[in-house]
Design a protein around this ligand. Structure first.
Ligand code: 6PG
Length: 247
């Protein structure tokens, strides 16, 4: 573990109905801080199901609170599908949040996952480099990245045994995921670990075992989520009691 990285912080809440507003409040806190200090908030959303409730909570409680014109939305990963596909993380975010708040369309950077996977990843990386005005070798520093935890220990689209786990120079890659027999487009560890804050959102008893194995590793098996360690940032786990029951 990077000596500079801080130990993870756990915030345990009773149930999903408490987790969603807790995550929305964390988004709001980070957003207001970043906007006050730097005039903008750069955040990457997670995909899957848990974020649906978080996004809905954001849309209902923060719509008229946050300066959405100063918020810039990215995606930590995306399925290799068109933006209107039911599997699309962008579609989910658009339905549950982006279409519900006054965020300019130009502030939302979706992965063009309708392209050939490698081209989609390269284009997203180029977009990141341009937006953050990165010189070569530099890394974007997101103010906040939301992540989920799969029951196999994956996060974003960094799946066990997949090639992206070894990527150290790219920001974004197309990652072949054998279990789905498809590509995913994903942030890489270096990009994730340059963030100012990473917040994992984990809910439900189906995640209890993997959460224990990730947070309290007993054996030699390691999981992709364990390698997410902001080098100079905060690592926060917002979990509900069902997910925490084996800790
Ligand atoms: C995706 C996500 C993925 C997700 C986990 C957990 O595209 O599916 O990025 O990494 O966060 O699978 O999903 P849930 O929180 O819905 O269980």
């Amino acid at each position: 573990m990077n000596p500079a990285s801080k130990p993870p912080e756990l915030k345990t809440v009773p149930d999903p109905d408490a987790l969603y507003p807790a995550a929305a409040e964390e988004f709001s806190r980070c957003a207001q801080g970043a906007i006050a200090q730097r005039g903008r908030f750069c955040v990457a959303l997670s995909g899957g199901n848990t974020p649906r409730g978080v996004n809905a909570s954001l849309a209902t409680t923060q719509k008229n609170v946050l300066a959405w014109d100063k918020i810039y939305i990215f995606f930590g990963d995306e399925r290799h599908v068109a933006p209107d596909d039911p599997e699309s993380n962008y579609r989910m975010a658009n339905e549950t949040l982006l279409s519900q708040v006054p965020i300019p369309a130009a502030n939302v950077f979706r992965v063009h996952a309708e392209l050939v996977a490698d081209a989609a990843a390269q284009q997203y990386e180029d977009q990141l480099r341009g937006f953050f005005r990165l010189s070569s070798g530099a890394w974007p520093r997101f103010d906040l990245i939301f992540l989920g935890l799969g029951d196999d220990g994956h996060t974003a689209s960094l799946f066990p045994g997949s090639a992206a786990l070894k990527e150290t120079s790219r920001l974004v890659v197309a990652n072949w995921v054998e279990k789905f027999h498809s590509y995913r487009i994903t942030f890489t560890y270096p990009l994730l670990n340059h963030a100012a804050e990473i917040a994992f959102l984990v809910s439900g008893e189906t995640k209890a075992r993997i959460l224990r194995d990730v947070l309290e590793p007993a054996g030699t098996v390691s999981y992709p989520a364990q390698l997410v360690r902001p080098m100079d940032g905060r690592l926060l786990w917002i979990i509900d009691q069902a997910a925490a029951r084996s800790l």
